[in-house]
Structure formats: structure tokens, C-alpha cells
Ligand binder design. Structure first.
Ligand code: HEM
Ligand code: HEM
Length: 156
């Protein structure tokens, strides 16, 4: 009898399983919501007033979601990113998505450890802008990816 190699289906496919796809969407939603709430409360509080007790809570939630997002992105590196790259599929918007996550992680690190007024300001702006840009950029990547997937399945 001919011996068949039995590979796990995920090894063939660049697609994310439902659990990771939903987890990614949920984490991005939590990151944007906690980031936006922090920003709203922070900007509303006067310079000389006591910071709102909401601020540290928003950052605790944000930090937890941020760590899980980096972990999740790590699980996607080979099966999704490298695999799709090698098949030359959805490369440009994939790079944009990967760069966005990387920039958010790097600027997030900067928010913890960078000192100096100017560098800190620049890091904050970078983080906020890419933070709010992340959902539309990711959506762009996903919608392009889905279309390319249909073409791929129909062998075009
Ligand atoms: C070089 C980097 C990347 C490449 C080449 C790439 C490629 C692709 C392709 C080809 C698709 C279409 C569906 C498929 O066949 O898998 C897709 C969908 C998707 N990508 Fe990426 N991607 C990259 C990075 C990322 C990153 C960094 C994220 C988010 C952290 C991401 C999240 C998604 C999601 C959520 C989908 C929709 C999944 C689905 O419908 O199964 N991708 N990507
Ligand atoms: C992978 C994604 C992300 C990572 C790794 C990340 C990481 C971080 C880290 C480490 C901090 C500092 C926490 C602290 O001071 O206690 C932070 C703060 C913040 N993040 Fe994110 N974040 C991500 C996505 C987002 C998104 C999507 C938004 C959208 C609005 C956002 C908005 C903010 C804001 C407003 C702050 C407070 C900024 C400040 O201290 O000036 N982040 N983030």
C-alpha cells in the first residue's frame, strides 16, 4: 500500500484558524478602546490636576493586550507571513501590516523607557498615529488577502 504523508492541514495553508483570527480582532479592539479611553481622560484632565484613577487601569488593560498581541503575531510568523511571502501572495499589504505591529511594539517600548522631552513626544505621536491607523491598515490587508485567496483558489 502506498504510504501517504499526513501533514497537519495548517502546514499547507497560510490561513489563520478561527481562534487566532478572532483573538487578533478582539485584541486590536481592546488596544484601540483602552488607548482611546486613556487619551480622552488624559487630555481632559488639567495639567496641574491629579491624574484620573482611570488612567492606570486603562494602561494595565492596554499593556496586557499589547503583550498578547505580540505573542499572537509571533505565532503567525511562519505559517502565515513567511509562508504567504514565499508564495508571493499579498506581499505589499502584508509588509504594511507587519511593519505596523512592529512599529507599535517598538514605540510601546519607547513609551516605557525613552527619556527626554522631545524623544518622548515623538514616540507618543508615532504610537498614537499608528495605533489609530492599525485597524484600517489591517482591514486593507485582509480585504486584499481575501480577494487574492479567491483568485488563488480559482487558479488564476
Ligand atoms: C509579510 C507579511 C504578510 C503576508 C505576506 C500576508 C499574507 C496574507 C494573505 C495571502 C492573506 C489571504 C488569506 C490567506 O491565504 O492566508 C492574508 C490574510 C490575513 N492576514 Fe496576512 N500577511 C502578512 C502579515 C500579516 C500580519 C502582520 C497580520 C496581523 C498581525 C496579518 C493578518 C491577516 C489576517 C487577520 C488575514 C485574514 C485571514 C483569513 O481570512 O483567514 N497578516 N495575509
Ligand atoms: C501591538 C500593538 C501595541 C503595543 C505593543 C502597544 C504598547 C503600548 C505600551 C507598552 C504602552 C505604554 C504603557 C504604559 O505607559 O503603561 C502603550 C501606551 C499607549 N498606547 Fe499602545 N500599544 C499597541 C497598540 C495600540 C493601539 C492600537 C492604540 C490605539 C489607539 C494605542 C494607543 C496607546 C496610547 C494612547 C497609549 C498611552 C500613551 C502615552 O503614554 O503617551 N496602542 N502602548
Amino acid at each position: 500500500m502506498k504510504r501517504r504523508t499526513r501533514l497537519h492541514p495548517l502546514h499547507h495553508s497560510t490561513r489563520l484558524d478561527d481562534f487566532r483570527r478572532r483573538a487578533l480582532y478582539a485584541l486590536i479592539a481592546v488596544l484601540v478602546a483602552s488607548g482611546a479611553a486613556w487619551l480622552f481622560v488624559h487630555l481632559k484632565t488639567a495639567e496641574d490636576a491629579m491624574p484620573s484613577p482611570l488612567e492606570p487601569w486603562m494602561m494595565k488593560i492596554h499593556g496586557a493586550a499589547a503583550m498578547l498581541t505580540i505573542y499572537l503575531a509571533g505565532t503567525m510568523l511562519y505559517g502565515h507571513m513567511v509562508n504567504a511571502w514565499r508564495r508571493r501572495r499579498n506581499r505589499s499589504t502584508g509588509c504594511v501590516a507587519a511593519a505596523t505591529i512592529l512599529l507599535l511594539a517598538l514605540s510601546g517600548y519607547g513609551l516605557y523607557y525613552f527619556g527626554g522631552e522631545e524623544l518622548r513626544r515623538a514616540t507618543e505621536w508615532l504610537h498614537w498615529i499608528f495605533g489609530f491607523a492599525a485597524p484600517p491598515l489591517l482591514w486593507w490587508h485582509i480585504s486584499r488577502g481575501r480577494r487574492s485567496m479567491l483568485r488563488y483558489m480559482h487558479g488564476e
